[in-house]
Ligand binder design. Sequence first.
Ligand SMILES: [Zn+2]
Length: 295
Amino acid sequence: MRVNLLLALACLLFLAGNVLARDTAPLQVNAPSSVAVGDPFTVSVRTDLSLKAVEIAWLGERVRLSLHRSNATREGKIILGTEVGEDKPGTRWIGIRPLDGKGLVHKRRVRVRGKDFPSQHLSLPEGSVTLSQSQLKRYRKDKRAIGAALSSRAGERSWSNSFLWPVNGEITSTYGLDRILNGQPRSPHRGIDVAVPSGTPVRAMESGKVALTGEFLFEGKAVFIDHGMGVISMYFHLSSISAEQGDRLKRGEVIGRSGVSGRTSGPHLHFGLSVLDRLVNPLPLLGDESARQSY
Ligand SMILES: [Zn+2]
């Protein structure tokens, strides 16, 4: 009898301890404490509570993160990032709020570190640098269409591993390059340029839905793919497009062929990645060089 009582007491204490532990840490958040400007990073949220989703707040943007059951816990992952030339170094906060209306907002501090990016001097004929009235009109229209595509927050995260290289080639312009065009400073390079001959098949870095295709003044023939939760990949200067807006694509599916359309000094693929409306460096999320497929 005494043994049973002791056992019951031990059980009660154990349960109380568990409740206490849960109350003090209902959400476990994993995020880096420091990141370089432009580098995307992953944040994971875990909980023992029966929460279906949380809301993540980052640099004025909000997005819903679904939590999926994994054994006795629920968990979810999201990619966040900053944009070179837009986001300044300093202390920033990630807000995590349970979506059932209960519980407090959790905050995680992230230090955004400055980074020195190399400069690139470019020379283009003056006529292609200064925009005419009609080009300016077209540029504004392009900007609106692209802005609408990049503002999508729809869908679920449908990937788990690193992304696929859209083409196999050497990187000729890295992310963050300070570009000086005909002696004038321009916005930094917000993507990577991969040198490939015109006509090279370009593949979707991950499964997703085609958010926008078209021919734009600077980007040339371009495809934008929405991978869910504010992650959109983009492929510029194509010679042809074989995907249509609304198409659902599988990872590695060909979306077009590389080329020299739009404003470019030679054949290459400009590959960009937008995360919650910020153009981040896609490189840290691509599989390592040895994982590149021989297309
Ligand atoms: Zn580029």
